[in-house]
Design a protein around this ligand. Structure first.
Ligand code: AMP
Length: 396
């Protein structure tokens, strides 16, 4: 069975075609500058990358081009669109009702439209991508896989904010959590290795956006992101959690509107905001090594917040079996893992520095120091495969 995974952004559409019998990616690529001019990059394993510019007015034009290329006699990997059994769509926000991966019909689309207000950045392009794919492939099952749905098991005490309860009732202001598909994937991998059904696992998805999730037996009990992906640890350009009064004080002092303040906290803060160098962890580390004090401070703050969350989740779960690092920084950066795991021996976390620093990029590795109570891993995430798998399980 072949499953197409689609991730539609405001001006982009990423795709991967999976053969579910083998788990192989047959082809993948990205349409960019949709609605501006348009270009596509298409890759097949072992073959040269194909790039061309093409007029892409909207998501429908983009998916039409993707299907044309997938079926092309030179560039393609299938002979007809009929070979695609289902399409799995990445959707950031499933709100309170779409609590698990679901087949998307009109009712589901209308619900997604009704929650656009709480998901203004990612909601509209995801809906437009699904509508486009459904119009071009009307006879194929379309499945939505939601970043939020992994958190449907989180208890009220962890998702209701301590603000007037009516605000939750009126506006659905609560913690939702994001990156759930990634956390679910790497947590399941760790559980496979541990072979323990009720394992307590903390997964650290550390990339440009970062979140930390606590799970027991493969079910989320808490996560660092909240109402939006802005809450939690400092990220590339996002502040993460700050005292709410800081927000209103900045607005008053700088004369900023609500939107301008959101932008400041979303795009000008985090590693970039503190270091003044870059939002990219590699650049910030390089600057730190060259003696840039603010770059060093930005890294210290990141490490400080991540460690505090790890500690709080161990308290929340009353123990820990495994700590997992994933995403751009977590998978690849042994130096940051070293900083994060330092002085956590009281909590049972100790890593083997030699293995950790020598580990290859993007390769699954256990970095536990022999004898340590908690097992620590770097596990590459694969959200697209998880989306394909959920889609396969719903249609097979
Ligand atoms: P992501 O959002 O998962 O793509 O991760 C982006 C972040 O990962 C950036 O801060 C990069 O600096 C970091 N990153 C990506 N690759 C590496 C690498 N090989 N070594 C260190 N950091 C990396």
């Amino acid at each position: 069975m072949k499953i197409l995974v689609v991730n539609a952004g405001s001006s982009s559409l990423k795709y991967q075609l999976f053969d579910m019998e083998t788990g192989d990616v047959l082809a993948k690529g990205i349409c960019e500058r949709i609605g501006i001019d348009g270009a596509i990059t298409h890759k097949r394993p072992g073959k040269e990358k194909y790039y061309t510019e093409a007029s892409l007015g909207d998501h429908k034009a983009a998916i039409e081009l993707v299907l044309k290329i997938l079926c092309d006699s030179q560039l393609g990997v299938i002979s007809s669109v009929d070979e695609i059994s289902a399409v799995g769509h990445r959707v950031a926000h499933g709100g309170e009702l779409l609590r698990e991966s679901s087949i998307i019909g009109e009712k589901e689309l209308e619900y997604l439209e009704s929650i656009v207000e709480i998901n203004p950045l990612h909601g509209p392009p995801a809906i437009s991508g699904i509508r486009a794919c459904k119009s071009v492939m009307p006879n194929v099952t379309h499945v939505g896989v939601f970043d939020t749905s992994y958190y449907s098991t989180v208890e009220e005490k962890a998702y209701i904010y301590p603000i007037p309860y009516e605000l939750y009732e009126k506006y659905k202001i609560r913690r939702y959590g994001f990156h759930g598909t990634s956390h679910r994937f790497v947590c399941a991998k760790a559980m496979e290795i541990l072979g323990k059904k009720d394992a307590k696992v903390i997964t650290c998805h550390l990339g440009n956006g970062s979140s930390i999730t606590a799970s027991i037996g493969g079910k989320a009990v808490d996560t660092s992101m909240g109402f939006t992906p802005q809450e939690g640890v400092p990220m590339g350009t996002r502040s993460g959690s700050v005292d709410p009064t800081v927000v209103t004080y900045i607005m008053k002092k700088e004369g900023l509107t609500a939107d301008e303040t959101e932008k400041l906290l979303n795009s000008k803060s985090g590693l970039l905001g503190v270091s003044g160098v870059s939002s990219d962890c590699r650049d910030v580390l390089e600057a730190q090594n060259a003696g840039n004090k603010r770059a060093g401070l930005a890294m210290d703050i990141l490490v400080h917040y991540v460690k505090k969350i790890i500690g709080s989740y161990i308290a929340e779960m009353n123990g820990l079996d495994a700590l997992v690092f994933t995403a751009g920084i977590g998978e690849n950066d042994g130096v940051v893992r070293e900083m994060l795991c330092k002085d956590l021996s009281y909590l049972g976390i100790e890593i083997d520095s030699e293995i950790n620093l020598k580990s290859e990029r993007g390769v699954q590795v256990e970095i536990t120091k022999p004898g340590a109570k908690v097992r620590t891993f770097a596990i590459p995430t694969n959200e697209e495969y998880m989306i394909a798998l959920d889609t396969y399980n719903l249609v097979k």
